[in-house]
Design a protein around this ligand. Structure first.
Ligand code: ADP
Length: 177
């Protein structure tokens, strides 16, 4: 399974707001307000209309996803998903993070997006250890791609060479089968 599926997965190092694809995923906060990190960068690049569209939605629980237009970004959609804050690993952080990836991919497929870019959700201010978060990200994406032929391209957009090495190692490890 994973060989065919992995042909649809790419790693990109750099700013996610510059990635040209149908949908960009935002590592959002539960209030869906512009914050720091990747969320702040996405809001700055999209323009103030993005915060207005998010305010209309009102908020999003941890582990779920919502979508808006992408305004000035070179994408069609922004999918906002709220990752878990790391609390040591026994507070459902892994399943909540997997649910972020699943929910975002479900929205992308429903909205007709064929390509989607993810940042490393929860691995910044929210403190999820990068190696463990990468395993969840890659496993979740592989599982959905195996069932969802409409998704042609998933881009893991990471900040920095260390993160790239972690993603590459996880992809090299091979999938569940
Ligand atoms: P969270 O609150 O979910 O932890 P952060 O924005 O703090 O979200 O960080 C998530 C990840 O996004 C981190 O690995 C961080 O290095 C990365 N990141 C920050 N800015 C950008 C950006 N412009 N493009 C891509 N990734 C980014």
């Amino acid at each position: 399974m994973s060989t065919d599926v992995d042909k649809r997965i790419e790693i990109h190092v750099g700013d996610i707001t510059a990635v040209v694809c149908d949908a960009i995923v935002n590592a959002a906060n539960a209030a869906l307000r512009p914050g720091g990190g990747v969320c702040g960068a996405i809001h700055r690049a999209a323009g103030p209309e993005l915060a207005e569209a998010c305010a209309e939605i009102g908020g999003c629980p941890t582990g779920e996803a919502r979508h808006t237009a992408a305004f000035r970004l070179p994408a069609r959609l922004v999918i906002h998903t709220v990752g878990p804050v790391w609390q040591g690993g026994d507070s459902h952080e892994h399943s909540l993070l997997a649910s972020c990836y699943r929910g975002s991919l479900k929205i992308a497929a429903e909205q007709g997006a064929r390509s989607i870019a993810f940042p490393a959700i929860s691995t910044g201010v929210y403190g999820f250890p990068l190696v463990a978060a990468t395993r969840v990200a890659v496993d979740s994406v592989r599982r959905i791609l195996a069932e969802e032929p409409r998704l042609e391209r998933v881009i893991f957009c990471v900040f920095g060479e260390e993160a790239r090495r972690v993603y590459e190692a996880e992809l090299d490890r091979g999938g569940p089968g």
